[in-house]
Design a protein around this ligand. Structure first.
Ligand code: CFM
Ligand code: HCA
Length: 531
């Protein structure tokens, strides 16, 4: 494998080679340190799969909130790409509002950039209130807003007073930070500062939980909620798949926060504990084995024998429906390999989904994960801050004397921490097999070279590199959009995933494609008039 990686790196100029080398790692459990470089700027000239801060804030974290009119202050193109592109689904509750089929934009023009766009934003808010009557409006800034200095924060404040509703502003201009990860952080800070805890509901739920970092892509959250309700949990709020801003306002009343995607929401999870005394549990509802482990950990946290019994009953019932076909898929797939490259958590979560059906992951990488998503939270104190990190304000939260309530004692917490990832995430690398490759911020050159050398049976990434893989004769399943299928979470979702993978890799069409490495090089041409 080292030779293959040397070959991949060979094509780079010396400086780039040195840089990229630090972003690639071969798993070797005998090594005392497995350190990877992450969350740093992409080398100029390399086309990355990454998105921008606005995408991470507006698209990822805020996008799924159903009851919010989300006004994008910026040119129309940015809004087009916020319009259902990420496939988060949302079902309005009885009498509840759902605006996620719309996209709202101030449609900034040349003249607004030159003379300022504040007037236009105020008009847009007025219009939104008159037509849609929302209880919450969120304004997100795209690049020109920060460049010309439109003050979206004071406009939000004024509008809040004028209309008597919640109006929030997010300074998530696309250029802030090195990827969409910066946008997650900006969204987290603002939600924590101005939305969580602004309403009291005095819920009398027995097992109130918040679902965090689950965005309901392809209906995953619907499936997770179905299982949780069947066991007897009540979801107070979801951050943010199928969620509402209204629920987030009283989400401080939950007793446990479940964190699915650590990368996008860990900031909020941490702050909840500090401010309200609610611990967080790293869960994973992708894959049956991980789902079962998560459900058992939750039941143990609440320490109620009745809940534990119901958990086992639901696990048995759900397993009975899928185990036999899943085992048949395992027989069919055993020996096959996968190459995964997804944002900041799925490249980890999907490894156990594949493992259960006999498929080994040979390469896995994140677009914008941080070192803790690879190596575990224990490395956080060693992560060097860069100028890009310092661009995002750090929100300091303190104990809320009125609303803080200790959920479990320190001693009990330490006891549970021996058994489960409570307030902890161990990252992706620990769970990878020896000899497999972890790669950060992959580019097309590396994708193609590694695919040629390792010839995986499945390439799992997104729309930007799906067809590069197909052209090489290798089935690609998008793990962002699920190629418009899903849900893939929970028990039934795992079976759905196996069926979709079978339909893809067993399709005879792949035998009609001759991958480039099976053909002679045919590249010819003239340069500057010569041969
Ligand atoms: Fe978390 Fe996500 Fe992901 Fe992400 Fe994303 Fe996404 Fe993703 Mo696309 S929040 S890090 S910023 S799990 S949109 S739902 S699929 S890159 S791996
Ligand atoms: C984003 C959204 C995205 C893009 C997916 C892709 C998503 O990064 O802004 O590249 O295929 O999941 O929709 O990650």
């Amino acid at each position: 494998i080292e030779e293959i990686l040397d070959d991949v790196l060979q094509s780079y100029p010396a400086k780039s080679m040195k840089n990229r080398k630090e972003h690639i790692l071969v798993k070797d459990r005998n090594k005392s340190e497995l350190k990877i470089k992450a969350n740093t700027r992409t080398i100029p000239g390399i086309i990355t799969n990454r998105g921008c801060a606005y995408a991470g804030c507006r698209g990822v974290v805020l996008g799924p909130l159903k009851d919010v009119v989300q006004i994008v202050h910026g040119p129309i193109g940015c809004s087009y790409y916020a319009w259902g592109m990420r496939r988060h689904q949302g079902l309005a509750a009885e009498g509840g509002k759902n605006f996620i089929n719309y996209t709202f934009s101030t449609d900034m023009q040349d003249s607004d950039v030159v003379f300022g766009g504040e007037r236009k934003l105020k008009e847009a808010i007025k219009e939104a209130v008159e037509i849609f009557n929302p209880s919450t409006i969120m304004i997100t800034a795209t690049c020109p807003v920060g460049l010309i200095g439109d003050d979206i924060n004071s406009i939000a404040k004024q509008a809040e007073e004028e209309y008597g509703i919640t109006v929030m502003a997010f300074n998530c201009e696309g250029y802030k930070g090195v990827s969409q990860s910066a946008g997650h952080h900006i969204a987290n800070n603002e939600i924590m500062d101005n939305l969580v805890g602004i309403k009291d509901k005095e819920l009398d739920y027995k097992y109130p939980i918040n679902l965090m970092g689950e965005y309901n892509i392809g209906g995953d959250a619907f499936e997770i909620e179905r299982i949780l309700h069947k066991i007897g949990y009540d979801v107070v709020a979801s951050f943010s798949g199928n969620g509402t801003a209204d629920q987030i306002k009283y989400s401080h009343e939950a007793d446990l926060n479940l964190v699915q995607c650590h990368r996008s929401i860990n900031y909020i999870a941490e702050m909840f504990e500090e401010k309200y005394g609610i611990p967080w549990l790293k869960v994973n509802f992708l894959g049956v084995d991980a789902t079962i482990e998560s459900l058992r950990n939750m039941a143990e946290y609440f320490a109620d024998p009745e809940l534990q019994e119901r958990t086992e009953k639901v696990i048995a019932e759900e397993l009975a429906q899928i185990e036999a076909p899943l085992n048949r898929y395992k027989e069919l797939f055993t020996g096959k390999t996968a190459f995964l490259f997804v944002g900041g958590s799925r490249a980890h979560h999907y490894q156990n989904v594949f493992k259960r059906i006999g498929i080994e992951t040979v390469v896995a990488g994140y677009e914008f994960g941080h070192r803790d998503d690879y190596e575990g939270r224990e490395v956080i104190p060693d992560i060097e801050m860069t100028a890009d990190d310092r661009n995002i304000p750090e929100l300091e939260v303190t104990k809320d004397d009125k609303k803080y309530r200790l959920r479990i004692s320190q001693a009990k917490k330490e006891e549970l921490q021996q058994k489960m990832p409570l307030d902890y995430y161990g990252g992706m690398i620990k769970e990878m097999e020896d000899g497999s490759v972890a790669i950060d911020d992959l580019n097309h050159h590396e994708q193609i070279k590694l695919t040629e050398a390792l010839k995986p049976d499945i390439y799992c990434s997104g729309i930007k590199d799906k067809y590069t893989s197909h052209k090489m004769g290798i089935f690609s399943k998008q793990l962002h959009s699920y190629d418009y299928s899903g849900p893939y979470a929970g028990f039934k979702g795992h079976l759905q995933f196996a069926e979709d993978i079978a339909a893809g890799i067993l399709n005879p069409s792949w035998s009609y494609i001759t991958p480039p490495w099976k053909e002679k090089t045919t590249l010819e041409g003239s340069f500057g008039g010569g041969e």
